[in-house]
Design a protein. Sequence first.
Length: 746
Amino acid sequence: MNFMKQSKAINSLRRLWQRPLMTATTYYFLSWQALIVSTLLMTAVSHAVTNTALILSIATCFATLLIYRRLSIRTVAQARLAGYIVSGLIVVWAFTGERENKDIASVAMEVLLAALPALLQDMSKEKRIFGAITVANVIAIGSIMLSDNLNSYVTFLLFILAMTTTLNATRMYFLSRNAADASEQLPVNFFYQLLRVIPLGIIFGSTIFYWFPRMNDMALDIDVAGFKNRTGYNSEVNLGTKGAIEASNRINLWISSRTPDWLERNANSIYIRGTSLDRFDGISWKNTGSPQNLASVARDLRISKAHSRGMIDLTVFREPGPSKDIFYPHGLWQLDVPNRLIQEVFVDEFGNIARTQEGSFRFQYDLKVSQLIPNTSDGISQSVSDYRRTIAGLPATVDFYYQLSARQAQTLLEVPSNISTSTWFNEFVSEIDSSLGGNRSATTVGQLLRHIQRFFRQNYKASLKVEFTGQDNLKDFLSGGKEGHCELFATATALYLRNAGIPVRLVAGYMGGHFNLMSQMLEVPEKNAHVWLEIFHPQYGWVNYDPTPIILANQSSQLADNMTMIRNAFKFWFTRYVIDYDARAQKELVVTVSRIDMSKLMEFDKVSLDRDTGELVALAVLLLIALWLLFRVVTRDDNLPDAPGYYRALSKRLLRLGYSRKAGESYLEYHKRLWDEGLNSELLLAAHNALERDLYGRQKLSRTEQNALKKALKRLPVRPKNKPGKNTQPTAQDPQSDPSQQQAHG
């Protein structure tokens, strides 16, 4: 009974497989609808068009398709006029609507969208249709240029699939019209054969893509109007705003190194400098440095006195964002930016390096940092009074960024008069001095700095969720709530140190990140945006000092962390080796693959099911897919015809004996040729009649009949003892005597 039920199920599936699905005309219009949807998705993810233009375009395109299919010629003519009118309105909207939020790229994209409804008014003309396909391709390429991100590339893959299907459907449609056979139904098997070609196209396309990389230095960088980015970093520190700190998980910096162990050790403590701010007006910090073009500056770029030993090579990958700053860790020794950016990169007298334009596109740069430069101010062993005398003897001008001039020191000692004379600030200074338990002037600078950190840990609380109300945020922080974010801690400490005669400046950047064990890179998200201080060290130059207490992060599950790590690694690899793939990335890919240590992959004793669940599941899925593909490759013989199992088994026997079907030879011609060469006529007749029934008959062989025939053909010999006469030639069901079968056999 179970066998009978299984046979019926198999026969039902086989009938479904060979069932006519749709006509070429239906296939044509459905493919066009899919292409229009993917085209509009491409324009949507590129942020290059307005919602009104998208809505008008999609409504007009679908209305055109439906009207052309269902209504009369007269109605189509009226719809054609309406389509031209709507297309004209979209063009007018492109040049007038929301002009302040557009650039030339968005206007061009909307004009192209307006062309689609006009081209689709008469879909029976090949020139119009291929013109519409060309416009759709231009829109897709333009969308990729305007928004090179993961979402746009995934949508682009959908667009390529829709484009391939549309080209195939267009060809089938016009062939059916020319052959006057538009009513012929395409079976399910036709679409299966179409899908089988897609993996081959992906393989060949990937091979060409990775063998011939793009010249990224020649890329055209287009600034997208209305660019929006959730960011926790802002180079302009303003304490007079209202609201709350936004913590975003969006990764802004990816940092790689030839010594990833160094990145892993310093992942939580690394300070990535963005810009230093020297002047405070009581509400906001500003930078007063004079910038010079980096290409014409021959001076040392170091922020501190660098050492020739202990150099670490780093590569920083910058994601698109509104910040103009070039970020680098403490101890910069050398900086190499791309040639296409060198003329727009400037450096000022404080060592701040920035571009003249916002970073609305992705780029990368190389740098060297010294791990031997002290990254802390604890080593300043001079007393405060001696330190003041050192500052008083500074030269008028300096030649290096890690030095301090008398003019700069004067600016870095200023405290706004409205703050220095206020009661709340003097009470704050007195509170720190009294808790010090001694004379501040006799205390070493290092001891004083450590005491301030301890004072804040004991009496204040650092938080990112604090709401601040406006002009009196610093006053409220010091005298009232005693809870705030890093900008308030750094500002209060800077004012106290300046009051004590110690020059100090504010630094905005990122503090720490997450080291991804899978990609071997340091990920720096926007939520790690931070503000700290730089203090002048007489021996080493400028060193970091962070008075903000540590904010404990929320604990997450190991499985969630592993899945995030895998997702981020694949996101970076996709960006680097697909979106931004150039000659340099090609070399990096070869080096990365060559450095894979297979011995570490075999250390199964270090694998934990609880800790490595995500990796193990991904590995198991990939292994199953690989085994399935290997089985398909090993078991499939491409020299055999795509026919039922009994005929494939017979073809395999004939192939071993040297009898193969020639190119362009029909089954009938092939079987007649085999009979002329003396093969068993009984074998050929049985196979031929069964194949005729399966390929061209209305009632196919059941699975049971196919299995029985397969066994019977296996028992029959290929060559008989005596050659049969011509009256046994396979003409019992010769299609040449049956008009209904003549077309099938040509």
